[in-house]
Design a protein around this ligand. Structure first.
Ligand code: G6P
Ligand code: MG
Length: 218
């Protein structure tokens, strides 16, 4: 059987944490008198914590000291952690377990490819850590998506050529990173936002086992 590398983003793909990132960033931005809309949030999906705060500050035309910057990053993360502290398996997005189980059954290498430094904690909390052969997260990379670094490291660890890898992503930056890495990108979300992906599905319920099979075989 063919082997492909299947790489999953975490936030907004495996678990519905995108809403918690949004709430935490909104609270922080508003505390600085900066407006924060859903459209702006879309641009932060997949983007590292540091880069996200830089963007919010630039949207609000604010400059702050390095100490304040560090303080705000910690504040955002504390707030985010309080949201995810009660997470359990119920917050796994629909049909993600079916897709992971199908790939495991078909002996396909699977990696996480997330910008989040909280990725391992979250995977443990929702009991999915064992489903992954490798985990590459925000602690392992120096360049944030749309740089392809996170996915290229994952491919290397899985020992699969980038062109033989398939990335599931909900963010504009993540789809771009997968495309730059020369991987097949599967957007999870709306066609309007993720039109640059190779394929787009609303969620995993739209991804059939036949489609997964065709990805493995072609
Ligand atoms: C993911 C999310 C982003 C988040 C980033 C860093 O890519 O989509 O919204 O900013 O991870 O997450 P962290 O948990 O390290 O703050
Ligand atoms: Mg995401």
């Amino acid at each position: 059987m063919n082997k492909k590398g299947f790489i999953f983003d975490l936030d907004g793909v495996i678990v519905d944490t995108a809403k918690y990132h949004f709430l935490a960033w909104k609270k922080l931005a508003n505390s600085l008198d900066i407006d924060f809309t859903e459209e702006e949030n879309e641009q932060l999906k997949g983007v590292s914590r540091i880069r996200s705060l830089e963007k919010i500050l630039s949207w609000g035309n604010k400059t702050i000291s390095e100490d304040k910057f560090t303080e705000l990053m910690a504040k955002k993360n504390d707030d985010y952690l309080s949201h995810i502290s009660n997470m359990d398996d119920n917050e796994i997005l629909p049909d993600v377990p079916r897709v992971l189980d199908f790939l495991i059954e078909h002996r396909q290498p699977i990696s996480l490819g997330s910008a989040s430094k909280n990725a391992r904690t979250i995977l443990e909390r929702v009991h999915l850590k064992e489903h992954f052969d490798t985990i590459v997260d925000g602690n392992d990379v120096s360049k944030a998506k749309p740089d392809p670094e996170v996915f290229l490291i994952a491919a290397k660890l899985l020992e699969i050529e980038p062109a033989q890898c398939i990335v599931f992503e909900d963010s504009v930056a993540g789809v771009e990173a997968a495309n730059v890495a020369n991987m097949i990108s599967i957007g999870i979300g709306s066609e309007d936002v993720l039109g640059h992906a190779t394929y787009v599905f609303k969620d995993f319920t739209e991804i059939s086992n036949e489609f997964l099979e065709s990805l493995i075989e072609n």
